[in-house]
Design a protein around this ligand. Structure first.
Ligand SMILES: *[C@@H]1O[C@H](CO)[C@@H](O)[C@H](O)[C@H]1NC(C)=O
Ligand SMILES: *[C@@H]1O[C@H](CO)[C@@H](O)[C@H](O)[C@H]1NC(C)=O
Ligand SMILES: *[C@@H]1O[C@H](CO)[C@@H](O)[C@H](O)[C@H]1NC(C)=O
Ligand SMILES: *[C@@H]1O[C@H](CO)[C@@H](O)[C@H](O)[C@H]1NC(C)=O
Ligand SMILES: *[C@@H]1O[C@H](CO)[C@@H](O)[C@H](O)[C@H]1NC(C)=O
Length: 800
C-alpha cells in the first residue's frame, strides 16, 4: 500500500473510531459470519455444477466462468472481489498477510474469539537458524491459525507471504522481511515456509516441472516481489519510479533463484509482480518473465498478483502506458491475473470497448484465480465439514504454537562477539543487574513489520526477571534513550548511575520501524542519535564489570565501535525476535540457551553507504571502484561476513570423504546435445539444466565435533569456490548446502551433503547461462578445504 494512502486511511479510520466511540455509549461489536458458496443447506437452485466435488476442478472452473456476465468477470479481477449473489458467491478479499504470524491486513479481522495470533521472529532472524524444519513448522502454525480465523469469518485464505527478495543492500527498509542475501539460503527458506503454509496433498510422483502442486491448499502462499525489488525510498529514488538495471547474469544467479525454487519446489500457488521496472519494463507488464519464465518454464499453476497499485502506477506515475486502459491491457497480456488495486475494475470495460483486451483473455485469468479458490475449498460447501474445518479459536496461541515462537528466537539469535568467553554469565544469588536501553522493555518493537496482535509479550526485562526468578536478583532498568532515534541526552545520566551500581550491565539498543520500514530506507548504518554516546558512558561507568550489548534491528548495523572496545565483551544480535524475544535473549545471556544462529547477511562499515544504493550490480567493477554486493562478490572488508556466528562451544570439522574428481559420464553428453547450444570453443564448461546432472551427484561427508564445554546447536555451512579461470564475475565463494545439528559437549556427528554439480557448483556467465566450470573447485567448511576437479571426457576418460 502507498504510505500516504495508508496514513490518510489510518486518519479516516481513527476519526471514524473516535466519532463512533463518542456517538455510542459502547463501541459496536461487529458480528462476523463466514459466508460461503455452494451451501448444501441453502437454496437448491444455487447448487451449480461448479459446486459438485465429483467433477474435475477444471470443469468446475469452466462452469463457473461460463455463468458470469462480463461486468461480473471484471469485478473478479481485483483483490476486493465482488459477490455474485445470484450464484450464491460471497465477496472475497484476496489480500492477507502472514509473514511471521497472521498479520493485520485487509482480509484479517482480529477480535471476537480470535483476538491474537502467535507472532514469530521476522524472517531476517529465523533464517539464521539454518533449520528447514523450523521454517516449515512456522509456516504450519501460521496456516493453522489462518484457517482457524477463516472458520470464524475473520480471515481470507490467500496470504501474500513470504517476501523472498535478496537482501542486496543493508539500507533497504524491508530487509527485515527477507531471508537474507544468499540465493540458496533464500530458496531453502522459501520452499520450506511455503510448504508449511500450503501443506496439502503433494504428489511426489509428479515430475516437478509439470506438477500443478497440491490439489488442496491449506492456505495459499505468495512469493513476492518478483523481481529485483529491494529499494523503497532512498535519496531521489522510490520504488514506484525505480528502474532496476540488472544484468542477465545477476538476474539468473541472484535475483531469480529464490522465486524459481519457490515455484518449482515449494509449488507456491501465487507470485506477486513488483512495483519496479526491470531494465525499463514494469514488472507487471513483463511478458517474458511472467508468462514465458514463471508460468511456462517453471510450470507455475497459481495466480499472479500485482503489488498494490502497481497497475495504477504504470500510467499514472511513470506514464509507461499512454492510458489506464493500455495499462490494463499490458498487464493482462503479460500474464498478471489479479490487480491489487482498482485499475482493472475501473478501466476494464473501457479497455474491452477499445479492443485492447478481449473476453477470452479475461477468462484465462479467471481460470487461474478460481482454480486457486477451488483448491482452497471455497466452492466445496460448508467449510466446517471440510478438511481444516474443525480448526477454531482453541487452535490459536496454543502452548505449542507459542513455544515454537520462543524456540525460533532461541535457535536464531546470533552471538557476534564474545571475548574471553565472557558469556554465558552465571546466575548468582542477589545479582545486581542493570538492563539499559530503549529496547529493554520492548514489546511491539520486537514484532517488526507485517505484525499481528501477539498472544503475549515477553520483553527483555521480563525475560531477565523470569530467568533469574530463583536467585532474588536486583534488576534495575533505565531507558538511556527516549526511543531508537535517541535525540536527547536526558536519560543518559540515570543510565550511568544504574551501571555504576550494578554487578553486570545489559544494553538493549538498536533501531525500530522509525528508521527502517516499508517506504523508508536508511542513510546510515550507525546506531542513531546518541546511542553510541550512551554505550560509551555506560561502559565507562561500569568500570570494568561485565557488559553485553544486545541489538534489535532488521538489518545490519555498523557497531564496529563496540566490536573494537574491549570493555564490551559480548554482542548479540536479536533481529526482531517476535513475541517471546526477550525471554530468548535472557536465556542466552545466562546460558540456558547456547546461541547457534549464523548471519544470513553480511554486516558492513559505515563507509558502505558511499555506494550508490541504486546500483543493482552484484559484481564488482574495478574501473569504477564499485566493490560488489554480498559475501559472494564484495571485494572490500565487511565487519562480519555472511555465516558469522559464535557459540559458547567450539565446533571443529574434518572432511571425512569427498571425491577428488568427478567426471560424470552423463555430463559429457550435454556438451553435444544441449538444446541451447552455447559452447565455448575449448569445451571448458558443461551445460546445466539437464536431467543427467542429477545422476552425477556426489556425497560430501563432514565430521563435526563439539569441543566446547556446553551442549549446543551448530549449523554447518558448506561453500564452494569455483575455478578462477573462465567466465567473468565468478563468485568469491558460494553456499552449496547447510545442515543444523545438535551436539552434546564432546560429541561428534557425521553430516552427509548431497551435491549436484550443476545446481550447487555451477556459475552463471554473462550470457545468463549457468554452467559448471571444468577444473579445480574448492569445497570449504570452516577452515577445512578440499579440492575437487571437474573433468571432461577428453581428459583421459576414453571415448565419447
Ligand atoms: C455431480 O457430478 C457427478 C459426475 O458428473 C454426477 O454423477 C452427479 O449427479 C452430480 N451431482 C449433482 C448433485 O448434480
Ligand atoms: C452483491 O451484494 C449486494 C448486497 O447484497 C447486492 O446489492 C449486489 O447486487 C450483489 N452483487 C452481485 C454482483 O451479485
Ligand atoms: C571502509 O572502512 C573499513 C573499516 O575502516 C576499511 O577496512 C575499508 O577499507 C573502507 N573501505 C573503503 C572503500 O574505504
Ligand atoms: C564498469 O564500469 C565502467 C564505467 O561505468 C563501464 O563502462 C563498464 O562496462 C563496467 N564493467 C562491467 C563489467 O560492468
Ligand atoms: C530444528 O527445529 C526443530 C523445530 O523447532 C527442532 O525440533 C529441531 O531440534 C531443530 N534442529 C536442530 C538441529 O536444532
Amino acid at each position: 500500500m502507498k504510505s500516504t494512502e495508508t496514513v490518510i486511511l489510518a486518519c479516516i479510520l481513527l476519526g471514524v473510531m473516535l466519532l463512533t466511540t463518542q456517538l455510542f455509549e459502547k463501541p459496536r461489536i461487529k458480528v462476523y459470519k463466514l459466508q460461503y458458496a455452494c451451501d448444501p443447506d441453502g437454496p437448491a437452485d444455487l447448487l451449480f455444477p461448479f459446486c459438485n466435488t465429483s467433477i474435475s476442478d477444471d470443469d468446475r472452473v469452466e462452469d463457473l466462468i461460463s455463468r458470469l456476465t462480463i461486468q461480473e468477470k471484471i469485478e473478479q479481477l481485483v483483490n476486493t472481489a465482488a459477490n455474485v449473489s445470484r450464484l450464491g458467491i460471497p465477496p472475497y478479499q484476496w489480500w492477507g498477510e502472514g509473514l511471521h504470524g497472521v498479520a493485520i491486513s485487509p482480509s484479517v479481522y482480529f477480535g471476537g474469539a480470535t483476538p491474537a495470533a502467535t507472532s514469530f521472529p521476522l524472517p531476517c532472524l529465523s533464517v539464521c537458524s539454518y533449520n528447514r524444519t523450523l521454517w516449515n513448522k512456522i509456516g504450519q502454525v501460521v496456516s493453522t491459525e489462518g484457517r482457524a480465523m477463516y472458520n470464524q469469518g475473520r480471515s481470507g485464505l490467500t496470504y501474500w507471504s513470504p517476501n523472498i527478495n535478496i537482501a542486496r543492500d543493508p539500507r533497504w527498509g524491508r530487509t527485515q522481511e527477507t531471508p537474507g542475501e544468499d540465493p540458496k539460503l533464500s530458496s531453502g527458506y522459501a520452499v520450506h515456509f511455503v510448504k508449511g503454509l500450503q501443506e496439502g496433498d503433494y504428489d511426489q510422483n509428479q515430475p516437478q516441472a509439470v506438477s500443478r502442486g497440491p490439489r488442496r491448499l491449506k492456505i495459499s502462499a505468495c512469493c513476492k516481489h518478483f523481481t529485483a525489488h529491494d529499494l523503497d525510498r532512498w535519496k531521489d529514488y522510490d520504488r514506484d519510479h525505480f528502474d532496476s538495471k540488472v544484468t542477465q547474469q545477476d538476474l539468473e544467479d541472484t535475483y531469480n533463484p529464490s522465486f524459481k525454487s519457490c515455484v518449482k519446489e515449494g509449488q507456491s500457488s501465487s507470485v506477486m509482480c513488483s512495483y519496479n521496472r526491470l531494465n525499463g519494463i514494469p514488472m507487471c507488464t513483463h511478458y517474458e518473465l511472467l508468462t514465458l519464465t514463471v508460468r511456462n518454464q517453471w510450470g507455475f499453476d497459481g495466480y499472479i498478483v500485482s503489488d498494490c497499485d502497481a497497475v495504477a502506477l504504470i500510467h499514472d506515475y511513470i506514464n509507461y502506458a499512454p492510458t489506464s486502459e493500455d495499462a490494463v491491457s499490458y498487464v493482462m497480456l503479460a500474464g498478471m491475473d489479479l490487480n491489487c488495486g482498482s485499475t482493472t475494475l475501473v478501466h476494464g470495460l473501457a479497455a474491452l470497448d477499445k479492443k485492447l483486451i478481449w473476453e477470452g483473455l479475461i477468462d484465462m485469468h479467471l481460470r487461474n484465480l478460481f482454480r486457486v479458490r477451488m483448491r482452497l475449498g471455497m466452492f466445496d460447501g460448508n467449510p466446517s465439514t471440510l478438511p481444516y474445518g474443525s480448526l477454531g479459536p482453541e487452535d490459536m496461541c496454543t502452548e505449542d504454537n507459542q513455544h515454537l515462537a520462543l524456540e525460533a528466537a532461541r535457535q536464531s539469535l546470533v552471538l557476534l562477539k564474545n571475548e574471553k568467553n565472557a558469556l554465558p554469565w552465571k546466575k548468582t544469588h542477589g545479582l545486581k543487574l542493570a538492563v539499559i536501553g530503549h529496547h529493554a522493555d520492548a514489546t511491539r518493537e520486537m514484532l517488526g513489520n507485517y505484525e499481528g496482535y501477539p498472544c503475549k509479550f515477553v520483553s527483555p526485562l521480563q525475560g531477565f526477571a523470569k530467568v533469574l526468578s530463583d536467585h532474588s536478583p536486583r534488576i534495575s532498568h533505565e531507558r538511556g534513550c527516549s526511543d531508537a532515534a535517541c535525540e536527547d541526552q536526558f536519560y543518559i545520566y540515570a543510565a550511568k548511575e544504574a551501571a555504576a551500581q550494578a554487578d553486570a550491565v545489559v544494553l538493549v539498543l538498536g533501531i525500530s520501524q522509525a528508521q527502517e520500514k516499508e517506504g523508508r530506507d536508511r542513510d546510515s548504518l550507525l546506531l542513531p542519535g546518541r546511542q553510541m554516546e550512551l554505550v560509551s558512558s555506560v561502559v565507562e561507568a561500569s568500570a570494568g564489570r561485565p557488559v553485553v550489548l544486545v541489538l534489535l534491528s532488521g538489518s545490519p548495523l555498523d557497531v564496529s565501535f563496540a566490536n573494537d572496545d574491549p570493555r564490551i565483551q559480548s554482542i548479540i544480535w536479536a533481529g526482531y525476535p517476535g513475541q517471546s524475544g526477550g525471554e530468548a535473549i535472557a536465556e542466552a545471556i545466562f546460558g540456558l540457551v547456547n546461541p547457534g544462529g549464523r548471519l544470513a547477511q553480511s554486516w558492513y562499515y559505515e563507509n558502505y553507504t558511499n555506494i550508490d544504493m541504486s546500483n543493482m550490480n552484484m559484481r564488482p567493477n574495478a574501473s569504477t571502484g564499485y566493490p560488489g554486493r554480498t559475501y559472494r562478490f564484495f571485494t572490500d572488508t565487511p565487519l562480519w561476513e555472511f555465516g558469522h556466528g559464535l557459540s559458547y562451544s567450539d565446533f571443529k570439522y574434518t572432511m571425512v570423504s569427498a571425491p577428488q574428481s568427478i567426471m560424470a559420464p552423463h555430463l559429457r553428453y550435454q556438451l553435444c546435445s544441449s538444446d541451447r547450444a552455447v559452447m565455448t570453443s575449448d569445451l571448458n564448461c558443461l551445460h546445466y539444466e539437464k536431467e543427467a546432472c542429477k545422476e552425477s551427484s556426489f556425497h560430501v561427508r563432514v565430521w563435526v565435533i563439539n569441543h566446547g564445554p556446553l551442549s549446543g546447536d551448530h549449523s554447518v555451512l558448506l561453500f564452494s569456490k569455483p575455478p578462477s579461470r573462465g567466465i567473468d564475475g565468478i563468485p568469491l565463494k558460494q553456499l552449496v548446502s547447510f545442515e543444523r545439528v545438535h551436539l552434546e559437549a564432546g560429541a561428534g556427528q557425521e553430516i552427509l551433503f548431497k551435491v549436484n554439480p550443476c545446481e550447487d557448483l555451477g556459475t552463471v556467465g554473462d550470457d545468463g547461462i549457468r554452467t559448471v566450470e571444468l577444473g579445480e573447485h574448492t569445497l570449504m567448511v570452516g577452515m577445512v578445504q578440499h579440492v575437487l576437479t571437474v573433468e571432461n571426457w577428453r581428459e583421459g576418460h576414453g571415448e565419447l
